[in-house]
Design a protein around this ligand. Structure first.
Ligand code: PLP
Length: 375
């Protein structure tokens, strides 16, 4: 633990390795790309990438060129796919670091080819993204032949390394729209085949797709959240039972006091004690990514193996916990996310209380919290 801070994020490399192996087993022959964007969903991109690759991941996915560059600078040489088109002025950097671009416009393909020509790059792999219904980024399915043809035509600088799409509702119990997306994708692939163009690696599935939709496991899957041991949706908790959470959020009690019945606590005195209580202060707050509302919507922590409610609003650097008549002491370990004794609090539990998802909780833990890697 950092000597400078009594609150920290614990990241288990062993859990990442375990989850990688479980997911690889689930998807059979499909290659597995570990999605490590947003600093490995808050876990630390390099730590996660190294652990996933050590356990058999075939490559990595990032959102930004700078994220790929950070991995290259850490000495990672495996394939790294950048999941969307990036600003044109970053293409040189992308090529220089051997990152695999995603493209879905003629303009971007041409800019890639032009830069590749200037740098004497040959057969730089490009993946083509098709929008089958999520409507975030990607080309319409009808454009697949034109775009793939353009990549092929820009040989020898470029080569078509893969074609993919992204699922919008794979984490929901109703598979109907996932099937619509897969059907649209398959029709586009048929068009490509009729045009005599080899799509390269075909991939569809995110974590939810990989786990719950065997139809979506093509040549390759791109798994993020499940790698971290977080179910994509609470409805998938059972399907993810074998996965281990890789992140814990821990702290230590910094102060204790007895507060009388009728007194309030924290800014605005939004919570009042019905009876006198031992109240512990924990040195972590919303500047660390613990949402201000958490204590008002039922958030709890574990101290001495028992759940205790967070009371009042979470302040920027500290929060308060009602320990009833139980003795707790300065220095006691506090678990905000993770397990202690026989109980556990998950990122998805916070997500459910706060009207969000475990993804946002994990990504929201700020850089101020030291990441402590354990094996
Ligand atoms: C294009 C793409 N593929 C795969 C993923 C991984 O998704 P998940 O974390 O749900 O596995 C993401 C993440 O948002 C993504 O944007």
């Amino acid at each position: 633990m950092s000597a400078l801070r009594a609150s920290w994020v614990e990241v288990s490399r062993a859990a990442i390795r375990h989850n990688t192996r479980i997911l690889k087993r689930m998807v059979g022959d499909a290659r597995l790309l570990a999605v490590v964007k947003a600093n490995g969903y808050g876990h630390g991109a390099i730590t996660v990438a190294e652990a996933a690759l050590a356990a058999g991941a075939d490559g990595l996915c990032v959102a930004l060129v700078q994220e790929g560059v950070e991995l290259r600078r850490a000495g990672i040489e495996n394939p790294i796919l950048v999941l969307s088109e990036q600003p044109l002025d970053q293409i040189d950097e992308l090529l220089a670091h051997g990152l695999i671009p995603t493209a879905y416009s003629i303009r971007y393909i041409d800019a890639l080819a032009e830069a590749a020509r200037r740098h004497d790059v040959i057969a730089h792999e490009v993946h083509l993204k098709i929008d089958t219904g999520m409507h975030r980024v990607g080309a319409v399915p009808d454009a697949i032949v034109e775009l793939a043809g353009r990549i092929v035509a820009r040989s020898p600088q470029l080569s078509l390394g893969g074609v993919f799409t992204h699922l919008a509702t794979a984490d929901q119990p109703d598979p109907a729209f996932t099937n619509v997306q897969i059907d649209r994708f398959d029709h586009a692939l048929d068009d490509l085949q009729r045009a005599g163009i080899d799509p390269g690696w075909v991939h569809i599935a995110n974590s939810a797709g990989a786990i719950a939709h065997p139809r979506a496991r093509r040549d390759m899957v791109r798994v993020g959240i499940a790698l971290y041991g977080i179910a994509p949706d609470v409805s998938m908790t059972d399907a993810c039972a074998e996965l281990q959470p890789a992140m814990a959020l821990r702290s230590r009690v910094s102060f204790t006091k007895r507060v009388a019945a009728g007194e309030g606590v924290s800014y605005g005195l939004r919570h009042r004690f019905a009876r006198s209580a031992n109240v512990a202060t924990i040195p972590i707050g919303y500047a660390d990514g613990v949402p201000r509302q958490l204590g008002l919507v039922g958030g709890e922590v574990l101290v001495r193996g028992v759940r205790r409610p967070i009371v009042g609003v979470v302040t920027r650097d500290q929060l308060m916990v009602d320990c009833g008549d139980d003795e707790v002491a300065v220095g006691d370990e506090v678990v905000l996310i993770g397990s202690q004794g026989n109980d556990a609090i998950t990122a998805n539990e916070w997500g459910s209380l706060l009207g969000t998802i475990g993804y946002e909780v994990a990504c929201g833990l700020s850089a101020r919290l030291p990441r402590v890697v354990v094996d």
